[in-house]
Design a protein around this ligand. Structure first.
Ligand SMILES: C[S@@+](CC[C@H](N)C(=O)[O-])C[C@H]1O[C@@H](n2cnc3c(N)ncnc32)[C@H](O)[C@@H]1O
Length: 428
């Protein structure tokens, strides 16, 4: 019983005056002159890049009420509102200071935004019931974390246990979350409670991003970018407070237990960058030459240290108006996406198990990198036009490795994203 509850509530309510040196990805990309902007495939601020990616999964016209929790300086919401005129917008933040900054930033764009100063864990259920998309960008780590727990503490919380520990224990039991296999471990109780709250309110679309303790670098970049990931939430000491990295697998499991479809990956999925010879040199150098190079290096590492999790409630967002998923036309459009970037470790492990050296050789050879608006092979600069296993069977597309295709392909639902011609942008 050595556990401790860490909370940043007092810091955010009373001490916080600015984000200080807590440079979020959103802040890193806000200034067009930032060295991080110079290496992007698409030169745009964070919110624009996120919005561009979100639209593939979320029909913006169907989002009547957009809620952002912990919006910092309001820049992400500003970028989203410039892309789409969401009819109702609510900003929730525990920090009175930051809420004022948000009013200032967003007041220049829209006058009818609702601002709520509150701890998200106290936000009323009814408000969330009416929300269509809720965004929590880089703030789950601020929510309470219980450290140094044992299996016994979690399975049988002592009578004197805090409400957070009792709530965490109930979530582990209720959703069958795997208890970590180590003598003692940390649990992101606040993040789990926040997600449970959103799922209970049946918000159709929920987007989360945060520093992960389970980060994985995508295959094409593994030789260049290394990020440590212990699997157990790690403490990060920041100005005036401590945060914890997030165990996304627990959040993902909870979401799936609540009937959501999930999309998960590194933030690099929606922030494409150019792996130019200079960027390669920065990443390969034993230590950075200039401050600017150091900023770029940290930024690139962060693109993989930070994960996102998008939750979609299939029932409410069925692509066809009658709720049924339409039949695939086998047009092959979804196979024009980048194959290498969608491969997961489970696919690699399976191909290794199955002895599919043919596939593994192609994966190694493709080494795809984003060159602004198309993919090229990092090895020889070849223009990559799509999946190397796409083949044509008469007038329709086929897959040369169908029986062992990547999980992303197996799980893809026709009409679930803009890449598919069956996608309907004007969903109700
Ligand atoms: C690291 S900043 C992220 C800001 C912004 N989303 C970004 O990506 O730049 C964390 C934000 O979450 C807010 N926050 C922290 N704990 C919160 C809580 N329990 N409820 C609501 N907001 C919270 C902070 O005040 C701050 O605005």
């Amino acid at each position: 019983m050595n556990f401790t509850l860490h909370s940043t509530t007092d810091y955010h309510r009373r001490e916080l005056t600015s984000l200080g040196w807590e440079t979020t990805l959103c802040n890193a990309l806000a200034d067009p002159r930032s060295p991080c902007r110079a290496i992007l495939g698409i030169d745009a601020p964070y919110g624009q890049l996120l919005g561009r990616w979100l639209r593939r999964h979320v029909p913006f016209p169907a989002v009547s009420h957009l809620v952002e929790v912990g919006g910092g300086y309001g820049w992400l919401m500003g970028d989203l509102l410039r892309q789409h005129p969401f009819p109702h917008v609510t900003m929730i933040d525990i920090s009175p200071k930051l809420l004022n900054v948000q009013k200032d930033t967003l007041g220049r764009i829209r006058a009818d935004i609702a601002y709520r100063e509150e701890d998200f864990l106290d936000t009323p259920h009814d408000l969330l019931r009416g929300a269509d998309l809720v965004i929590l960008n880089e703030n789950l780590g601020d929510f309470p974390t219980i450290t140094d727990l044992t299996r016994e503490d979690l399975e049988n919380p002592p009578g004197t246990a805090s409400p957070e520990l009792r709530a965490a224990g109930a979530l582990f039991r209720g959703h069958d979350l795997p208890i970590p296999e180590r003598a003692s471990f940390h649990v992101n109780s606040g993040a789990l409670m926040a997600l449970e709250k959103l799922c209970r309110a049946e918000v159709p679309y929920i987007f989360l991003s945060e520093h992960s303790c389970e980060a994985v670098v995508s295959i094409p970049y593994r030789d260049l970018i290394r990020v440590p990931a212990s699997g157990n939430p790690e403490c990060i000491v920041l100005k005036g407070h401590k945060e914890f990295t997030i165990r996304f697998s627990h959040l993902e499991k909870l979401a799936q237990a609540r009937g959501y479809r999930t999309v998960r990956g590194p933030v690099a999925d929606y922030i494409p960058f150019r792996l130019t010879p200079r960027v390669r040199a920065i990443l390969k150098a034993p230590s950075p030459w200039r401050d600017e190079d150091e900023i770029v290096r940290y930024f690139l590492e962060d693109l993989f240290k930070y994960e996102y999790l998008l939750l979609v409630k299939e029932r409410e967002t069925g692509p066809a108006q009658d709720g049924a998923t339409p039949a695939c036309r086998r047009c092959g459009k979804c196979c024009l996406a980048d194959f290498a970037a969608y491969i997961r470790d489970e696919d690699l492990a399976r191909w290794q198990r199955e002895g599919r050296r043919d596939i593994l050789a192609v994966v190694a050879r493709e080494d795809a990198v984003w060159a602004g608006d198309h993919l090229v092979s990092a090895a020889d600069g070849r223009y990559l036009r799509g999946c190397p296993f796409l083949m044509w069977e008469g007038d329709h597309a086929g897959c040369a490795i169908y029986e062992t295709r990547p999980a992303t392909c197996r799980n893809f639902q026709p009409a679930s994203s803009e890449i598919c011609p069956l996608w309907r942008p004007s969903w109700p």
